[in-house]
Design a protein around this ligand. Structure first.
Ligand SMILES: Nc1nc2c(ncn2[C@@H]2O[C@H](COP(=O)(O)OP(=O)(O)OP(=O)(O)O)[C@@H](O)[C@H]2O)c(=O)[nH]1
Ligand SMILES: [Mg+2]
Length: 161
């Protein structure tokens, strides 16, 4: 049996895995969250300063999928995990809104440090598609798109021999 872990890092990563938990039903996928406040039940929870312990745990999995909104500590954590682990199967991340200038710059630095199967979504494109949505609804729709990308990776892993 292949073991799969999905890791959501930072505030956005936490919201994304929360959507993943609600909307997909995989029995053999373990969910991890890296954040400083625990806001999701029934996930393996690590604080930002507990990453070394998390790396040990994740190294035991066959496959690891990472997700975060880039531009802050969640993105930094994804970079660290991606560079320290050799079982990363996919990295699904999003780039901040253009107006979040400082975060966009940080995100660009983080992107340069990510290797492998990286799916990058851009929040600006979503706003163009949903100009009248509230920010909350826009994030929900966006998180669903990210969850779909994660699900595609999982499907591929489950069906590959
Ligand atoms: N997809 C998605 N993106 C979000 C969400 N909330 C924020 N973002 C985006 O993700 C970027 C990073 O935000 P966070 O994940 O809160 O940042 P963080 O990693 O927790 O880092 P710090 O708060 O700086 O410690 C933001 O600049 C937004 O562009 C969300 O719920 N879903
Ligand atoms: Mg945050």
């Amino acid at each position: 049996m292949k073991t799969i872990a999905v890791v959501g890092s930072g505030g956005a990563g936490l919201n994304i895995v929360n959507t993943f938990k609600k909307e997909s039903e995989y029995e053999n996928v373990d969910i991890y969250v890296v954040n400083d406040e625990k806001r999701v039940d029934d996930v393996e929870f690590y604080k930002f300063n507990q990453i070394d312990g998390l790396i040990k745990v994740l190294s035991e999995y066959n496959h690891v999928i990472l997700t975060a909104g880039l531009g802050g500590r969640g993105g930094d954590t994804i970079v660290k995990l991606a560079n320290e682990l050799d079982n990363i199967e996919g990295i699904v991340v999003c780039k901040p809104f253009r107006v979040e200038k400082y975060r966009v710059e940080t995100a660009e630095e983080q992107i340069k440090l990510l290797r492998g199967n990286v799916v990058l979504k851009n929040l600006d494109e979503l706003v163009e598609k949903m100009p009248d949505a509230t920010i909350k609804d826009a994030f929900m729709a966006f998180d669903r798109e990210i969850v779909e990308e994660i699900a595609k990776i999982i499907q591929r892993l489950i069906h590959s021999t």
